[in-house]
Design a protein around this ligand. Structure first.
Ligand code: SAH
Length: 279
């Protein structure tokens, strides 16, 4: 019995080994076929960025932007649309321009507040409502040639540039003219020219203008500005000393002018020739 059992056991072991080998080959091949082909993921390719997950913290810059976006929206709804600003183009543009980029870092939290904000050298960026009121009264359109007197931060120039063909802007203080020029270029405005000088005489080489907006108050209407208005053109400016009124002066087709008082206002004085009485 012993002699006949041994070959049978050996035979059984051999069959088991062969079956095991076959199973290993089949399993191994199917595992290999599940692996992605190496050409799908070249070794040199950088790992994909981690997928965002709910509750992931946004970056500090994104938080800042969200805060400004919210403040800008409420400025438009409450301080502009909530009053008498109805020009949808003006509302849209002021809802888009990053006003916080026009004020010094220390005052960015106040950029969208319902008040003027210091911009250095004793000057201020005008209250958003006043910028909107003046722009709306000027009735800009895509072919308008605009003159902006008192560049300051460049914010009013930017609002006009979004709505007009081009804007010529004059600022009497050199450091403000230089920083506004730089800021407007960094924001991508190509249709604004800023020059340092006294805006009382306007900019004869660039006249006539369809729109002239003045952001500082003379005690009388500067005649050169009226002369540089195109027929149908509109000049919006504050006039007065302590008590000032915002005026709209419209040049008729026949060259005569029509004057309308828009609101009592408080602007910084127009410096230079205006203080000497002008002509
Ligand atoms: N439009 C500006 C507001 C600036 S306040 C803005 O959006 O930020 C008024 C500006 O008028 C000041 O910068 C002041 O320096 C300037 N200014 C005063 N007298 C001027 C004059 N005669 N010519 C040009 N700019 C003048």
């Amino acid at each position: 019995m012993e002699t006949t059992r041994q070959p049978r056991v050996a035979c059984a072991i051999a069959i088991c080994l062969a079956a095991g080998l076959m199973v290993a080959v089949v399993v191994g091949t199917s595992l290999l076929s599940l692996r992605p082909r190496t050409t799908d993921f070249p070794a040199a390719e950088p790992a994909p960025p981690p997928a965002p997950w709910p509750g992931r913290k946004p970056s500090a810059a994104a938080v800042e932007d969200a805060r400004y976006i919210k403040a800008r929206r409420s400025m438009v709804e409450e301080d502009l649309r909530g009053r008498n600003i109805t020009d949808t183009k003006v509302l849209e543009v002021m809802g888009r321009i990053p006003r916080h980029r026009f004020v010094p870092e220390d005052f960015r939290d106040l950029a969208y507040a319902d008040r003027p904000v210091p911009i250095g050298h004793g000057q201020t960026i005008s209250q958003p409502y006043i910028v909107a009121l003046m722009t709306q009264a000027a009735r800009p359109h895509p072919e308008s040639r605009a003159l902006d007197i008192g560049t300051g931060s460049g914010y009013q120039a930017a609002v006009l540039a979004e709505l007009c063909k081009y804007v010529s802007s004059i600022e009497i203080l050199e450091p403000l003219a230089a920083s506004a020029r730089e800021r407007l270029a960094a924001l991508g405005y190509k249709n604004i020219t800023v020059r340092c000088g006294d805006g009382y005489q306007g900019w004869p080489e660039k006249a006539p203008f369809d729109i002239i907006i003045v952001a500082a108050a003379p005690d009388h209407v500067p005649q050169p500005l009226v002369e540089q208005l195109a027929p149908g053109g509109r000049l919006v400016l504050p006039v007065g000393n302590f008590f000032q009124e915002l005026l709209l002066i419209e040049k008729q087709k026949d060259g005569s002018t029509r004057r309308e008082s828009l609101a009592p206002v408080r602007f910084v004085p127009l410096r230079g020739e205006a203080e000497k009485g002008g002509r």
